[in-house]
Design a protein around this ligand. Sequence first.
Ligand SMILES: [Zn+2]
Ligand SMILES: [Zn+2]
Length: 357
Amino acid sequence: MQWWSDLVDLLSRHAVLPLLVWLHLDKLAGDPREIAESVMIAMLQIAIIAGIFRPLESLVPAERWSDRRLTRVDMQYTLMMLLGIFPLFSYLVLTPISHYFGGADTGPDDSASQSPLGIVHWFPVLGHHPLALFLVYYVIYDLVYYWMHRVQHALPWWWALHSMHHSQRQMSCWTNDRGSLVDGFIQSMVLAVVGLAIGVAPTEFAWLMLLGELVQNFSHANVRIGFGRLFGRLFVDPKFHRLHHMVVDPARPGLHNCNFGQVFSIWDVVFGTALYGEPVRPTGVGDPVVDADNRHGLVGLHWAAFRRFWGAVRRPAGWKFGEVSFGEGYRPVPVEHGPPPPAAAATAARQEAATAE
Ligand SMILES: [Zn+2]
Ligand SMILES: [Zn+2]
């Protein structure tokens, strides 16, 4: 597409390069065109969220809100991540890593087949079917994501960070990118290593990411949309992911441990964590320490998540698998599946009331 690469050139020469020079980052590995391209992909993504998903939220809302006050911080967050942090991160960290693995500038025929873990190395026939190869990559990538996501919930220091994604009471089309930067860094390192090991070249990676990100932006949207009995068991839809974000139900305390899939819901079906057929439930967390996130802006959110992380990671309890809440000094306290603490019940009740408004 000529117009696309012309636009990438334009943005690279007149915006990205001057900015890199100003930041003294222009001598580092990587091509400013790569930054320009990922900024343009990000703008495409934002246009789709704002132009399609957001209007759908007004048209077929899952929850009716009297205002969208709490969604604002998630929108700011998305703009910051997509237009700034992601492009810079992939330029400064991911591209050098992929150069190190020797996979950056060669096509899938070369780099992917050379990696002993590469799919093409084992199934050369896929080298001639780019679409099938893309699909196989994505399925593996998504399976790794599923298990990583389960660990994010089960390992207390990781939950200390991931809980920032879950603390949002008004889950919307902007919520997907809400997450601690430390969490984001660990996640992208895991996924990048997997991506590079199975032989995904960074250029494929960018479009692969966009597709997955759009599915996730949509699955966070406040819309009453499901994909039906069959497709809903293959792909994550907004109803499915909304249940993953449900507030702990004191009457059914294990129910919220469900629907961990990112793009394919089939992993939840296979590994027994799928939950279907529940009515819309309020989203957020029962732990009042984490719920306090809703009072914070961009910086405060990070500070709160980091303090939870620091409270957990340096204590043995922070490394013991299981569900926790945060006590004094952000100490992780295992949650007993008995009657809920009164504070959690009160939070849940308040949220029920808030959503009924
Ligand atoms: Zn989660
Ligand atoms: Zn989510």
